[in-house]
Structure formats: structure tokens, C-alpha cells
Design a protein around this ligand. Structure first.
Ligand SMILES: [Zn+2]
Ligand SMILES: [Zn+2]
Length: 475
């Protein structure tokens, strides 16, 4: 969820009541002039231009939302396929206006999986080559707007409901409850600091895609995860200054938490750069990781007995897929290895690294490493196509990870080994590294490890956000 390009950290106070989230589901750029929604049995309030009416049904009721200039028209849909219905669109208008909204009259406090209104054809993976349309369930209120014939759909819901949907779509019901409560509290606090006004001028503040956070309503909700999120309701991480903590988190720190300044260019009050292990751990000897000790840190013998919370000893890597879903089958993140042939490395540097004049790769040099071993300035030494020696520096761990992998390298905390053939020519290179993500703040695999060892969620959060207090903002 946390990306490397965070905006400036604002000083945000603890909210006084539960905030409301406005999430864009259908955006202008989706170019939709018709949307089909299905209301489950029950009572719904339909509003437009300040007038409201009620729809009541014992079976599923299908509505068609369409645009006419800047007007939204809501019609009953006949019982036929959507393709047929949009061809005719004959139903009489139930409501029309600049904004039409529909919401259940009696919404349940705790959400149920696949509850709420079903929307057909929601765009997923916006802008990616795999962009597709899916049918998703949304809780609470939907609002529809039209701008020059293009529809905008917004899901308006309380923060806790939004959070339950987000956290549960990432984690499985097998996760220990204390881990989910810790993760939900970090995500709740992070969102309040960073997810504000990302879409200025639109009738929503955050969107449903990776641009903000991927949100799929109640479609993939699990009862047990939603229950754990509910048990951390209203809890926030607050710094000694009295503001919300910029509660960064990433998949795996690799054993030492990175200093926020190194990643984001500014410090994060309430988060420090310490080892992700019980105090007195052997890993403390490595903090900070330097050019001198990094080889031992990444490949040393101590690893077989490592007590880091994110190490395979505490959090077995073969079980990660069961808990976290979106991980590789192999799931080696504490320490990992990637190999390239000379040709494929040179191809990456030419295309993703914009080194068009690269003739031959010579070597890397790490110019700046953070305390967790992450490289922040990496020099690429190469021969250009005319044979002259050149040097280029890749700045920031984000860029290093983007350039040095077809998709994204797990982290920039790595060492490398050049492989030569019998004639001494460079054949390829292997990278051995630690961790996954930027490594600042809560380490998700480490927090999972702590929960598996029986730590309560308050202690998990105290470990990762050691300069913070846990406060309840609302019941
Ligand atoms: Zn967005
Ligand atoms: Zn960790």
C-alpha cells in the first residue's frame, strides 16, 4: 500500500469522530455513459435534487444509471441482459438530476462478505495492459455524477467500513487476530496522514486503484478478518507532539528497519531505525549495516539462528502465502537471490535505466547505504558504444529497484557477484539481498511473526512505532 513517492508529511490531529471516505469507483477516464447496478432485497433510499423516494423489494432489483450531458438518469432495468438493455434503455426514469444517490435504509454496523449494492463492469488495473472489467459489491451509499456525458460513481462509507474492506482483501482469514489489529491500526493512521485530496476537483477524495489504494468493496471480505479490524476500531498511533504518526509500513525490513530520512527525504516522528528483533538480539551488532559488514549481514552464519521477527525462524516462509495471499510461491524475502546474464542486465540498464549509450556493463559501486543495508545511490560503471569508460548514478532505492528488475526488485539492500567465463569475460551477475519494500515502520512479515509468537497488538505497534502512543479517537 505504501509507495515510495509520498507527499509531504502534514501534521494531522487525531480525528474527533469517525471520518467518512469518498472513494471514486467509476472515474471520468473510464468513459462510461451507462452503468448497471443491482440492489439486493431490502429497502433503499434514492435521492436526486433534494428529493428522496424509497425502493423496496423482496428480490434483486436492477437499475440502469446513464448520463445525459451533466445530468444523471436512473431507470428500472428490464429483465434482460445488460447488452440488450443498454441497446433499448426503455425503462422510465425513476430519478434524474445533477447527482443521484442510492443507499440501503438499514445498513448493518459490521459488514458481511458480498453485502451491499452490486456494480457491473467496474474497471480494474486502470492504465495497465491487463485492464479489465469486474463485478463488485459496495457497502453503504453510491453517488453518481455526470460530466460531459461521462459518469462518475462514488462509494461513500465510514472509515472503519472502508478499512475492513481494504485489509481483508489483502489478508486471509488464517491470519492471527493480533496481526490484523496491528496492520489495521497502522493503515488507518497512514491513510489519515497521506490519503487526502489526491483527486482535487473531483467529487471523491481517493480512487479505487493503485494510484491511491486498491478497493473492491465487500467482494473479498472475510468475516473473521472484518471482526479483527472491528476490534481495533478508532485506534490511532499518535506521536509525542500530539499528531498522527506517518505510519509507514512495508512487506519485510530484512531484519533492520530503515531510517525514514533515507527513503522519504525527511524524518518520521515516532518511528526509529532499530533491529526487528527482541532486545539483545545478535542482529543489533549489524545496525548500521555498512560496506564492511554487509556480506555477513546478507549471507552470514548467524542467519541460521536469526531471531528477527521477519526471519524464517520466527515466520516460516512456506506459510506466508497462506497468510498474506499476494506473495510469490517461493516466498523468500528475508534473504533472496536474483541472477542475470550479462545480456539481460545490460538490456535492463539500457531500457529501464535510460543508458542508451551502454555498450558493456563493467561493475556497480554502492555510494550510499542506509542503516538497513539499502543502497540509496548506486553507481553503474560501463563502457559506452565507442569503448570509453562511463559512470552513471541511480538515485533512490525506488529507482534502483525499478531499474534492476523486469518488474520491481524486492529491495535495494543487496550485494553482487560478477561471474566470469574461462577467458575472464563477464558472463552474468547475481544479487543477494535482504527484505522487501522500503523497510520503514511496521514490517508486515515481522508483525505477523510477532503475532505468531503471541505478542498482543499493542506490543507489536509499540515495537515498530516506538515513539507513539495508541489512542482511541472514537467508539
Ligand atoms: Zn487515486
Ligand atoms: Zn522485519
Amino acid at each position: 500500500m505504501a509507495s515510495a513517492e509520498e507527499p509531504e508529511v502534514e501534521k494531522v490531529p487525531l480525528p474527533q469522530r469517525e471520518p467518512e471516505c469518498r472513494v471514486g469507483i467509476v472515474l471520468r477516464e473510464d468513459n462510461k455513459s451507462n452503468i448497471q447496478i443491482e440492489l439486493p432485497p431490502g429497502r433503499f433510499r434514492l435521492t436526486a435534487n433534494g428529493t428522496e423516494s424509497f425502493l423496496e423489494g423482496k428480490s434483486v432489483r436492477t437499475l440502469g444509471i446513464s448520463s445525459d450531458g451533466n445530468e444523471v438518469i436512473c431507470r428500472d432495468m428490464p429483465e434482460c441482459s445488460f447488452a440488450e438493455a443498454s441497446a433499448h434503455y426503455k425503462g422510465s426514469a425513476l430519478k434524474s438530476g445533477g447527482m443521484v444517490s442510492v443507499e440501503p435504509v438499514d445498513a448493518q454496523e459490521v459488514l458481511a462478505p458480498k453485502s451491499g449494492i452490486l456494480m457491473r463492469g467496474v474497471v480494474a488495473g486502470r492504465g495497465f495492459h491487463w485492464q479489465k472489467e469486474v463485478d463488485l459489491h459496495y457497502p453503504r451509499r453510491l453517488e453518481f455524477f455526470a460530466r460531459d456525458g461521462r459518469l462518475i460513481a462514488v462509494n461513500v462509507l465510514p472509515l472503519e467500513a472502508y478499512l475492513a474492506c481494504l485489509v481483508t482483501s489483502e489478508m486471509s482469514g488464517a491470519c492471527p487476530s493480533e496481526f490484523i489489529k496491528a496492520q489495521a491500526t497502522a493503515a488507518r493512521t497512514w491513510m489519515m496522514v497521506f490519503l487526502k485530496n489526491k483527486h482535487v476537483g473531483e467529487p471523491f477524495s481517493i480512487c479505487n486503484d493503485d494510484c491511491c489504494q486498491r478497493y473492491q468493496g465487500t467482494t473479498f471480505l472475510s468475516d473473521s478478518v472484518a471482526g479483527s479490524v472491528e476490534r481495533s476500531r478508532g485506534m490511532f498511533l499518535v506521536t509525542h507532539e500530539g499528531y498522527l504518526c506517518p505510519a509507514y509500513y512495508s512487506k519485510s525490513c530484512g531484519g533492520i528497519m530503515e531510517r525514514a530520512q533515507n527513503i522519504f527525504g525527511q524524518g518520521a516522528v515516532g518511528i526509529s531505525e532499530k533491529t526487528d528483533a527482541p532486545s539483545g538480539s545478535v542482529t543489533e551488532y549489524f545496525n548500521p549495516v555498512t560496506e564492511e559488514n554487509i556480506r555477513k549481514w546478507v549471507t552470514g552464519e548467524f542467519l541460521s539462528a536469526s531471531d528477527s521477527f521477519c526471519s524464517p525462524k520466527v515466520c516460516p516462509e512456506e506459510t506466508l502465502a497462506k497468510y498474506l495471499g499476494a506473495v510469490d510461491v517461493a516466498g523468500h524475502y528475508y534473504r533472496w537471490q536474483v541472477e542475470y546474464s550479462r545480456e539481460s542486465l545490460e538490456h535492463l540498464l539500457r531500457t529501464k535505466g535510460a543508458l542508451a549509450d551502454l555498450g558493456e556493463f563493467v561493475d556497480f559501486r554502492s555510494i550510499k547505504r542506509g542503516n538497513s543495508g539499502r543502497i540509496h545511490d548506486l553507481e553503474v560503471i560501463y563502457k559506452d558504444t565507442a569503448g570509453g569508460t562511463k559512470s552513471h548514478i541511480i538515485h533512490s532505492q525506488y529507482e534502483i529497484r525499478r531499474v534492476l528488475h523486469e518488474k520491481f526488485l524486492f529491495s535495494s539492500a543487496f550485494i553482487w557477484e560478477r561471474k566470469r567465463d574461462t577467458r575472464g569475460r563477464l558472463e552474468g551477475i547475481s544479487l543477494t539481498g535482504a527484505g522487501w519494500g522500503h523497510g520503514v515502520g511496521l514490517c508486515q512479515i515481522g508483525a505477523l511473526g510477532m503475532a505468531l509468537q503471541g505478542y498482543p497488538y499493542e506490543e507489536i505497534l509499540k515495537h515498530y512505532y516506538d515513539g507513539c502512543q495508541l489512542l482511541r479517537a472514537y467508539e
